[in-house]
Design a protein around this ligand. Sequence first.
Ligand code: ADP
Length: 428
Amino acid sequence: MSSNGIKRELTWIVSTASVLLLFALVTDQWVLSLFIFIISYIARQLWSIRQFEKWMDSRLKNRHPPVTGFWSELTYLVSKKQRALEKHADLNLYKSEQFKAASMLIPDAVVSLEKHNRIEWFNSVSKSLLGIRTHDKGSRIASVIRQPEFVEYLKKNDFTKPLTVNSSYRPSRTYEMQIIPYFENHKLLVVRDITELYQLAQIRKDFIANASHELRTPLTVLRGYLEVMFDTPGEHQEHWELPLEHMQTQAHRMQSIIEDLLALSTIESESITAEKEKINVPDRLKQLEIDAKQLSAGKHQFFFEVDESLEMYGYPEPLKSLFMNLVSNAVRYSPDGGNIYVRWFGTKRHLVYEVEDNGLGISQEHIPRLMERFYRVDKDRSRVTGGTGLGLAIVKHVLEKHNASLQITSVLGKGSTFRCEFPLSLAH
Ligand code: ADP
């Protein structure tokens, strides 16, 4: 096609020039012949330009415009490019239609938001779950879903975790709302009805909390009687001394497990929206040092390296548990004479609470599972040292509450370091 255009143009020039040359030879009108040639060439080009314009105006519908010469070459290149673009646009349209069709089948509400959080499109579930109507397209999502927790979530602009709320549109239902940023500042809001799941989790948590609570009183009574029996010498005192001692140890263990289970369920059930408080961490660590030395009974050496000016926002009781649990583990899993370092400092990106010991250490295969409830590397050792198997599970929950993370580095026989990294946003 491209060489045809040039060929046709050359053919026209050669044939017109030949006719005019013949005319000039016969009539001896050389200037007139040249003039005719130039005029007809210009006229031909002007006509082609006009045809080309018409073709462009008709949005390239006519694949072969009635243009000639070099212009046909140009129209060929333009229409080729156009065809490629159309194909691409068709493919994009197909893909976007396919995506919309798939989103209609999802049992969750899916709402696409543009960069100013205005609704672009939504699937049919959004109508029943969130009450979004067709006329809401183009409205800001915060004026359609007016739930205060959601508006706050949107404002915070931190979408690493979903938001769990009781729906204000359908008050008896619980929703999990997650915003997922995508494509050039756009966002996808995905809302799921998790009422049944939430109720099940709640029943489980309540059961553990209630059972622990119910066991607490009878156990206190039993421990009381055991103490009285132990302290009151009677007949066969020698015979009963050892069993009584065992009973006391086991009762003490049971009480520790119950206390830890209660602590865990309190941390779990505390509302996510509860306000964090300003905590004077250096002061807390001074008290911790006293408690740790008491627990160690002089068997370990402590080194507290604390940035005295560094305070943070957080939940006081859970944090106290976290600080103590890591130090208590370091004491319990380090032989006598061990060194324990407790550090509190800031880096460019985090607030760091770190506990390092030169104790037993943990082999690598256990590390990923340490934070599971009742997971113990060495059951006997844990029992002997009064462990409940819940300490690190509590630590994990406290960290989650503060959007913090834990790094464990350990070498068997050499020691371990537990490093908690809190986001800098919690710094006071
Ligand atoms: P436990 O009450 O048994 O100590 P934790 O949840 O606190 O339970 O810890 C889980 C397991 O991790 C422990 O059983 C222990 O084997 C291991 N562990 C925790 N801290 C240390 C440490 N500092 N050094 C060695 N092992 C540790």
